[in-house]
Design a protein around this ligand. Structure first.
Ligand code: BGC
Length: 422
């Protein structure tokens, strides 16, 4: 079954949360979070919306800070609630896909066992085990980390996310430990139910040199592409994590990942251009040539094709775990969806193993550094009017489009099976 639907993350929609982001809200100058999109209260209504849109799958994340609000306490109430959410989805024939880590942490985490220390691994493994014990019998699709490279860059290099460090060596240690945690969690999940599927949702960006004739712009594009897009893919097959950024950053460590990943989740949004700069500690900058969305991103559907080609070399199934647009122009959202789904359809027809597509996002939500001003939702949220939900026309369009594509896919496979006599 081709999985399709939408994706969300706990902190961005739930509301009523105390975690590292709410702790750092003032310090890092985040826009006010308040009640998110009030999903913790309105979750049943939101699942009804998913059903109304006929999606067959839904990707969401579990808020670690709810499950373990203090270092040695477990909230049974929170576990029960996620349990109810899963049951409610399954009753409606919506396949749940759960992300264990989508950028946020319990308040105690960075003070006691931050990701650049060994302790983090055990903490994350224990938390994941708790979740699996409750849900692995019914939830087949799991994601350990959402965009680990993006998260370490924001938290350890740019000091934009908690714990707000500015240290590339610590950043690599943190990423390294996250991947070690992934392998441990992978084994635990398989011990509960071997047929469950577990992946990582990786952010991919197309990096293109600003000036084709200028060798340094090209070198920068190649190096950043390796670090951002390729390094983790390689690490799973080569068991080494390697970065070589001249004077800026060098890392080369053995890591026994042993290909322990069932699918690569692809989060794809846009393309960036790279330009060389004469400066020792900051030798390049990145920019958008044709900003078209409310977040100032370029719309570049062809990039998705390139990413699928890249990831397919690693012989794993692929699921588009995020792809979407922030725009107050819903017609633009419709066009965005049309173009990207067309690419998916063509790539599947060519034989690429793409098993699903999740639009980001189900609801308008808290877009990190931008707060609630950027609207990605298939469903509009009226923050001034009791979080009232209204389905946007692009959402109905998306449903029709996928249904049509699935019917044609089905006919095609049926014909092929008939002609080969299988
Ligand atoms: C993240 C989401 C975010 C989206 C749009 C992804 O990088 O996983 O949390 O809202 O992009 O910026």
């Amino acid at each position: 079954m081709f999985l399709w639907g939408s994706a969300t993350s706990s902190f961005q929609i739930e509301g009523n949360i105390s975690n590292d982001f709410t702790d750092y809200e003032k310090l890092l100058g985040f826009p006010p979070y308040e009640d998110g999109s009030n999903h913790w209260v309105m979750w049943k209504e939101d699942i009804d919306l998913i059903k109304q849109l006929n999606h067959n799958a839904y990707r969401f994340s579990i808020e670690w800070s709810r499950i373990q609000p203090q270092i040695n306490t477990i909230s049974i109430d929170a576990l029960n609630r996620y349990d109810e959410i899963v049951d409610c989805l399954l009753e409606k024939n919506i396949e749940p896909m759960i992300t264990l880590h989508h950028f946020t942490h319990p308040r105690w985490f960075h003070g006691s066992s931050p990701w650049h220390t060994e302790d983090s691994i055990k903490r994350f493994v224990d938390y994941s085990d708790l979740i699996f014990r409750r849900l692995a019998d019914r939830v087949k699709y799991w994601i350990t980390f959402n965009e680990p490279v993006v998260w370490v860059l924001a938290a350890y290099a740019d000091a934009k996310f908690p714990p707000a460090y500015n240290d590339l060596n610590l950043m690599m240690k943190a990423l390294f430990n996250m991947m070690r945690a992934h392998v441990r969690v992978y084994d635990i999940l398989k011990s509960y139910k071997a047929e469950n599927q577990i992946g990582i949702a990786k952010h991919f960006i197309i990096f293109k040199e600003a000036r084709e004739w200028f060798f340094p712009d090209k070198t920068i594009a190649r190096k950043i592409n390796y670090f951002f897009n390729v390094m983790l893919l390689d690490a799973f097959s080569s068991n080494r994590m390697v970065v070589n950024f001249a004077l800026l950053l060098k890392f080369d460590e053995q890591i026994n990942l042993n290909n322990k990943i069932d699918f690569w989740g692809i989060n794809y949004y846009y393309r960036l251009h790279t330009k060389f700069k004469l400066s020792l500690n900051n030798p390049f900058f990145l920019y958008t040539k044709n900003p078209a969305t409310d977040t100032g991103w370029e719309i570049y559907p062809k990039g998705l094709k390139k990413i699928i080609k890249l990831v397919s070399q690693y012989n794993k199934e692929m699921i588009i775990t995020e792809n979407g647009i922030a725009s107050s122009d819903d017609l633009l959202r419709k066009k965005f969806i049309k173009k990207h789904v067309k690419i998916i359809r063509k790539q599947i027809e060519k034989g690429y193993r793409i098993k699903g597509y999740f639009y980001w996002s189900l609801l308008d939500n808290y877009e990190w550094l931008h707060g609630k001003s950027k609207r990605f939702g298939l469903v509009e949220v009226d923050y001034e009017n009791q979080f009232k939900r209204t389905i946007r026309p692009s959402a109905f369009y998306y449903t029709k489009l996928i249904e049509k594509f699935l019917t044609s896919l089905h006919h095609k496979t049926f014909k092929e099976e008939k002609s080969t006599g299988t």
